[in-house]
Design a protein around this ligand. Structure first.
Ligand code: PMV
Length: 359
């Protein structure tokens, strides 16, 4: 099944103007995507938990115009944001062949994040996902026959072209992106909801994000992905990720927390090991990232709470644990881990369902 099905065919319907508003959450990868081929095709499949509280809210106003071409104004937190425009321009240029109606409209895009701008939490996943669902809402207005499945697949397909991991922020609690023999319908072109039966222990799984370093990353993920070309361990890594995904799938279905923890922590450290063994090499963890990991390991062995960590491409630490252990973990966070965070800041989040229509 190719990408051709995502090319919009003119339905004959024109809409003068209107507005939509959607929110889309961030997601946290458990099996990491690191390394890609041309056109945002991942070098290996990945699996993520969708979040709830960390999200982008985007309103899209559209008005039919005379001249054909890409045209938009961008506001972030109510203020014009010129420096974000090139990224959006590039995104719209990449998707215009699939959504030619974009050229018929002038857009006013209002966007805001629920998490602080300089928190070290990447807003590209939720941001691109929120814009993609809005555009799909316009496409649905032009072609009301779209099925929900197609809507979600194409929204994910478009979001991927904006930022790879954004394709996992559209729909589903657990999302897999990248072809994998054990995940039915999985594709390199878009994310699909995990098709297994999620064990009850993972329902509303908690994610406390410890903000260790809120600064701009020294090395962007674009550069990091690129360094996987000619990386001495890339091939082994691209073979390991699908194997880990198979093991994690079983653990998610059986509720085997021991395996879950082992895979998730190993994936996080492997991601950073890939960074440290790139040429040029780089380190995104900070001293407090390591100290937090030490604290998590001793807390886990002392109190027998199935608390584990994962890391994204930065210094922040995501604490993952079952909802029933909330009280004990939050006390540990407050007393021991918050002092290791920048200004004591952390965000409490949990697994969610994906993008939501607001208007
Ligand atoms: O979507 P990108 O290009 O920002 O890459 C994201 C990479 C990781 O967050 C490190 C891993 C992942 O799978 O989300």
């Amino acid at each position: 099944m190719g990408q051709e099905k995502f090319i919009f065919e003119f339905s004959g319907k024109k809409i003068e103007k209107g507005a939509f508003q959607w929110s889309a959450p961030s997601n946290i990868a458990l099996v990491k995507y690191w390394g890609k081929k041309e056109h945002q095709i991942p070098a290996n499949p990945s699996l993520s938990f969708t979040l709830t509280n960390c999200k982008t809210i985007t309103k899209l106003d559209f008005q039919l115009k005379e001249a054909s071409g890409i045209s938009f104004d961008l506001f972030f937190d109510g203020q014009p944001k010129e420096e974000f425009k090139p990224k959006i321009q590039k995104f719209l240029e990449r998707i215009v062949n699939y959504c030619p109606y974009i050229k018929d409209y002038h857009f006013i895009i209002h966007t805001e994040n629920t998490f602080p701008h300089s928190s070290g939490i990447a807003s590209s996943a939720s941001g691109m996902a929120a814009l993609a669902v809005n555009l799909m809402q316009l496409e649905k207005a032009l072609n009301p026959n779209l099925t929900e499945e197609f809507f979600n697949q194409k929204a994910s397909f478009l979001a991927r072209l904006g930022s790879g991991s954004a394709c996992r922020s559209i729909s589903g609690e657990v999302v897999v992106w990248g072809t994998h023999p054990e995940i039915s319908g999985s594709s390199d072109y878009f994310g699909v909801p995990f098709d297994g039966q999620l064990h009850t222990v993972f329902k509303n799984y908690q994610d406390v994000i410890l903000l260790v370093d809120k600064g701009e990353k020294k090395v962007s993920s674009t550069v990091g992905h690129d360094l996987m070309h000619n990386h001495p361990f890339a091939q082994q890594r691209f073979e390991q990720a699908p194997e880990n995904l198979s093991k994690l799938k079983k653990a998610l279905e059986s509720g085997d927390l021991e395996t879950f923890i082992a895979i998730v922590e190993s994936e996080a450290l492997t991601l950073h090991a890939m960074m440290m063994t790139s040429m040029p090499y780089f380190i995104l963890m900070k001293p407090n990232t390591l100290q937090i990991i030490e604290c998590i390991w001793s807390f886990r062995s002392q109190f027998k709470v199935p608390l584990c960590f994962t890391l994204d491409a930065g210094a922040n630490v995501h604490l993952l644990f079952p909802k029933k252990d909330c009280e004990k973990v939050l006390e540990f966070v407050e007393n021991t881990l918050a002092p290791l965070c920048q200004n004591g800041h952390y965000i409490v989040d949990e697994m969610g369902f994906g993008a939501k229509k607001m208007l």
